[in-house]
Design a binder for this molecule. Structure first.
Ligand code: IMP
Ligand code: MG
Length: 194
């Protein structure tokens, strides 16, 4: 896998430092604004937000439930967002809850725009949004989110939960891939990658 990496964009150390800052900020905001005590429901968009959410939540010492939503926007070996589809959800009772929606990356904005209304329709009192990465493109910038880890260039990245054709989620750093690696991963058998 190491040979597939073209460039390390954000190292695991930098990610860890930023995740710690984000967790502190989210926790402080929560204490300021929602201190009525029932805690939050954290909702990672599966599968890309799995790793980020796992690290973030363990640094948030507040009462917390987890809801899951599985969304597909980059089916298989594509590097452009297609129509966002909700494949399944297990969100629990969101009525009156403070919800924190977590995604790995804000790109076309389709995922956030699709999922936030679902959470509100289920009765969430407040929905806040947190993305680890935000791409430097108009569509991403035009969607309001509450917390952003890193602003990055408009290029395709993998690692720390982000995939290409469902591979590379387990890389600890956020990286770009070589053209050869992308060709190979695109050709290998895989189901669509939410
Ligand atoms: P959006 O709905 O277009 O904002 O894109 C969000 C989803 O697309 C993310 O949750 C990712 O799963 C996927 N995505 C967007 N950009 C990338 C990328 O550079 N690498 C891997 N996945 C990406
Ligand atoms: Mg995703």
């Amino acid at each position: 896998m190491q040979a597939d990496i073209a460039r390390v964009l954000i190292s695991q150390d930098r990610i860890a430092r930023r995740v710690k800052e984000l967790a502190a900020q989210i926790t402080a905001d929560y204490a300021k604004r929602d201190s009525h005590g029932s805690g939050i429901t954290i909702v990672p968009v599966m599968t890309g937000a799995l790793v980020f959410c796992g690290d973030l939540m363990r640094q948030m010492p507040i009462a917390m439930k987890i809801g899951l939503i599985l969304v597909s926007s980059y089916p298989g070996a594509s590097v452009k967002a297609q129509d966002t589809q909700v494949l399944s959800q297990r969100l629990g009772d969101l009525r009156g809850r403070t919800v924190l929606l977590i995604d790995d990356i804000l790109d076309s904005g389709g995922t956030i725009k699709r999922v936030v209304p679902i959470l509100k329709d289920l009765g969430a009192a407040t929905v806040r949004t947190c993305v680890l990465l935000r791409k430097d493109r108009e569509a991403a910038k035009s969607v309001a989110v509450d917390y952003v880890g890193f602003d990055i260039a408009d290029e395709f990245v993998v690692g720390y939960g982000l995939d290409f054709n469902d591979y590379y989620r387990n890389l600890p750093d956020i990286v770009t891939l070589t053209a050869e690696a992308m060709e190979q991963a695109a050709g290998s058998e895989s189901r669509s990658s939410p």
